[in-house]
Ligand binder design. Structure first.
Ligand code: D61
Ligand code: MG
Ligand code: MG
Length: 340
């Protein structure tokens, strides 16, 4: 894009995107012009909100009103926040620049982003002590922090005129796009989160395998821990049919790539995590070469179905016969393997 035509604040916003988003910057920059601007701002606004949620040094009685009122800061020109210790605090310290660009967006884009921000902020306060007991509460938390992003993005795609009305209207399918990504992150990040006492694995799952989520990282409980991991991967795999339906509706190439690549990274990550004891000792990542191949080749429904088939077949071939969820996992991956 021609940086000279851009306002200096917008140039700064793209710099914040590059600084705070390892996984989304490239795919956002590949979007067609109008959408690229709105989606970049959308990302920065929600990353700022999430940085408040994630910052455990902010006292609860300050954090709750800040999360709930965050959407109002979009219309307070000078507002910014300098008290955060988080890695992405730059977006809070310079929120006035981000909000000034937000107010330059088309009104329809502003209302989608502001509504999303209000609902996400509220949802984060509901789960502030991160006590996620049931699978339904797991779905609810992931709806607030990621499902809403899928719903908001879909409304931006339709409002931009690049995608059909159905994309922006079918909230259940858009929600699944976020749940698949967020559940994959939560499964992958067990070790890093448990060190910060952030407990996002649902109790309804881990209670069958140990008397606390922390107990799963004890090497003596490794078999139970891996069985719990496999159960959560199986739950995440259930979103695959919705992900395939969503992607099959997308018509604009840059929107397709933007939507498809994070989903392919997620299924590749789930495959690496499945039945993998390393999840309890370090951060499991997909190999650089595999990630590059997914970025370059996730450009058509045929490619997506082939990648989904590839990773689901790899999981299928590694299901331990004695795993308590073996049958349910075979059923879940079969949706990704497809009729072929
Ligand atoms: O702190 C971190 O580094 C990770 O934080 C995680 C957490 O705290 O749980 C967690 O924070 C969630 C709250 C803030 C959401 C920020 C976000 C992310 C991606 C976007 C992409 C485009 C536009 C706006 C976006 C907004 C996080 O970043 N999880 C990664 C998965 C979130 C997926 C969002 C999402 C949902 C549906 C999508 C559909 C199509 C394309 C991209 C999509 C992206
Ligand atoms: Mg975060
Ligand atoms: Mg968070």
């Amino acid at each position: 894009c021609d940086l000279t035509l851009m306002s200096s604040d917008m140039r700064t916003c793209y710099e914040y995107l590059r600084l705070t988003s390892r996984s989304f910057c490239a795919v956002i920059m590949a979007l067609d012009e109008d959408l690229r601007y709105a989606v970049c701002i959308y990302y920065l606004v929600l990353r700022a909100l999430d940085t408040v949620e994630d910052d455990m040094t902010i006292p609860v009685d300050e954090k709750i009103p800040l999360l709930k009122a965050f959407h109002e800061k979009l219309y307070e020109p000078d507002w910014h926040y300098t008290q955060s210790k988080e890695k992405d605090r730059v977006v809070l310290e310079n929120f006035n620049i981000i909000s000034s660009e937000f107010r330059n967006l088309a009104p329809v884009f502003q209302s989608v982003i502001a509504d999303s921000c209000r609902e996400m902020g509220y949802g984060m306060t509901v789960f502030l002590d991160a006590k996620i007991d049931t699978y339904d509460q797991w779905d609810e938390y992931c709806h607030y922090v990621a499902g809403l992003v899928g719903i908001g993005l879909s409304k931006l795609f339709t409002a931009s005129g690049l995608e059909n009305t159905v994309v922006g209207q079918d909230e259940a399918i858009s929600n699944s796009m976020g749940l698949f990504l967020q559940k994959t992150n939560i499964i992958r990040d067990y070790y890093e989160d448990i060190l910060q006492k952030r407990l996002f694995w649902p109790k309804q799952a881990w209670i069958k395998y140990g008397n606390s989520l922390e107990s799963l990282k004890d090497p003596r409980n490794l078999n139970n821990a891996v069985a719990c991991l496999n159960e959560l991967v199986t739950d995440a795999l259930k979103h695959i049919p919705d992900v395939l339906t969503y992607l099959s509706r997308i018509r604009n190439q840059s929107v397709f790539n933007f939507c498809a690549i994070p989903q392919m990274m997620a299924i590749a990550t789930l495959e690496r995590c499945y039945n993998n004891p390393h999840v309890f000792r370090k951060n499991v990542k997909i190999r650089k070469g595999a990630a590059v191949r997914l970025m370059d080749q996730s450009t058509s429904m045929l490619a997506i179905r082939n990648f989904m088939n590839h990773f689901c077949t790899k999981i299928y071939n590694r299901i331990p016969p004695i795993d308590p969820n073996a049958g349910r996992t075979r059923t879940a991956v079969s949706y990704g393997i497809g009729p072929g």
